[in-house]
Write a protein that binds this ligand. Structure first.
Ligand code: 5AD
Ligand code: SF4
Length: 448
């Protein structure tokens, strides 16, 4: 019998990712889990033995894109490759995918990623199933926390998953399940490991990240912690200089978290706090559990402790029952907030959500016209915010080489991309930079 250890055969995996940062993070974790099986990542599906489509279900076009992508993957199958569909479309429409796209070897929901190595092995032996969409979040968190390989100087860390809010337009409570918080000790361990690998900035992730709550770490004070306490705790880890979190719900924006923006210098002055609409009748129909006024008061409270903070958000136009006057309320709220950046979408009718069955659906052309007006205003605000940085000196974390020779690309505290002519030795460093110019999508600065 041979005693030599068997090294796994080299194979290639291609992961295509749609949707939110949670999906970006999950894709990284999946490729991380596949490394020990001999899988290297490749940018092109043409040379892949395994293709994973990590999908998003939040608006209808996303699911359609998945089906057309599956149509393009014919030769992966012809070469004997494996095709998997992951993410929220997988969770929501697993059976439909199998009926519509028989070339898919297996469908895997976000709560089952930790089983990926086992599933791949079973698929290769022909003993796999084709649907893995049960919910078992705790087990997933446990399996994923070990041996994380950091790439770069800024890393995402999942601290919370799922959502219990049931906004009437949204599929997330159905695809990602109930809110679950990862415990503080596990998060701390992962962040320490990342710091040891040179990570300087962490972004705490969750569908409802500010609903994070948990028992304090062993030996720490307090009874139940909220996200504000967790942020302050992680800020004490050597090497971690910047902390961000996304995405938040106004209902969970508690005083402790707001205060942290004023007191914890490592918490970056950037808050993504979606409001969705500016009219109270529409907000009520959306089941948002806040009003336009209560949202504005929260923004005021955050600005009182951190006046320079960049406010970001999400907006939906054309929710059922949104008339012209209600839409004008959204425009008025946007003018009052002054967003540094904001995502905006046309309402998309998602099967199974209460909004889909509501009367007074808004015609497509009206939605398009409103979206255009809203985006023109938001673009103006973004440019105004960017231009206001010209002449200031900002701390920039250099993350990677820029597009031009000799240039580095970094991020400002306000999450703006900044291009600077600077030596590569500054990668991973936080450096004061004078901002000289605001372009359409990024800033340009010089070393001071
Ligand atoms: N239609 C349009 N936008 C939606 N979002 C969520 N569901 C829908 C939908 N059915 C938007 C919300 C949310 C963001 C992630 O996506 O603005 O905050
Ligand atoms: Fe969806 Fe609302 Fe939950 Fe956000 S808070 S994930 S919009 S249901």
């Amino acid at each position: 019998m041979s005693t030599t250890e068997k090294t796994p055969e080299k194979k290639r995996v291609h992961v295509k990712t749609w949707g939110c940062q949670m999906n970006v993070y999950d894709s990284e974790r999946m490729t991380g889990l596949l490394k020990p099986l001999g899988y290297e990542t490749t940018e092109t599906p043409e040379e892949a033995d395994l293709v994973i489509l990590n999908t998003c279900h939040i608006r209808e076009k996303a699911a359609e894109k998945v089906y057309s992508e599956l149509g393009r993957l014919k030769d992966v199958k012809a070469r004997g490759g494996t095709i998997a569909v992951a993410g929220c479309v997988a969770q929501a429409e697993g059976a439909e995918i199998q009926a519509r796209a028989p070339q898919v070897d297996f469908v895997i929901g976000p709560q089952s990623y930790h089983k990926l190595p086992e599933i791949i092995a079973k698929t290769a032996r022909g003993t796999g199933e084709n649907l893995y969409t049960e919910f078992d979040v705790d087990e997933k968190f446990d399996a994923l926390e070990e041996g994380r390989q950091a790439e770069g100087y800024s890393a995402f860390v999942t601290v919370q998953e799922g959502c219990d809010k049931f906004c009437t337009f949204c599929v997330v409570p159905y695809t990602r399940g109930a809110e679950v918080s990862r415990n503080a000790d596990a998060v701390t361990l992962e962040v320490r490991q990342l710091a040891q690998q040179g990570v300087r900035e962490i972004t705490l992730l969750g569908q409802n990240v500010n609903a994070w709550h948990g028992a304090p770490p062993v030996g720490a004070s307090g009874e139940a912690w909220g996200l504000g306490e967790l942020v302050r705790h992680l800020a004490r880890i050597d090497g971690i200089d910047r902390i961000r979190f996304t995405t938040s719900h106004p209902k969970d924006m508690d005083d402790g978290l707001i205060a942290a923006f004023g007191e914890e210098p490592k918490l970056m002055p950037y808050l993504h706090l979606p409001v969705q609409a500016g009219n109270d009748r529409v907000l009520k129909a959306m089941n948002r559990a806040h009003t336009a006024e209560s949202y504005l008061r929260q923004i005021e409270a955050v600005r009182a402790v951190r006046p320079d903070i960049a406010i970001s958000g999400d907006m939906i136009v054309g929710f059922p029952g949104e008339d012209d006057a209600a839409f004008e309320d959204t425009m008025a709220l946007v003018r009052e907030v002054g967003y540094a950046s904001c995502f905006s979408f046309k309402y998309s009718r998602r099967p199974g959500t209460p909004g889909a069955a509501m009367p007074k659906q808004v015609p497509e052309d009206v939605k398009s016209e409103r979206l255009q007006r809203l985006q023109a205003l938001l673009n103006e605000q973004r440019h105004a915010f960017d231009r206001a940085q010209v002449g200031r000196t900002l701390d920039i974390l250099f993350e990677k080489p820029g597009r031009l020779d000799g240039q580095l690309l970094g991020k400002s505290p306000y999450l703006q991309s900044v291009h600077v002519i600077a030596p590569e030795s500054l990668l991973g460093q936080i450096v004061p930079i004078r901002i000289e110019e605001a372009g359409p999508n990024s800033l340009r600065g010089v070393l001071v």
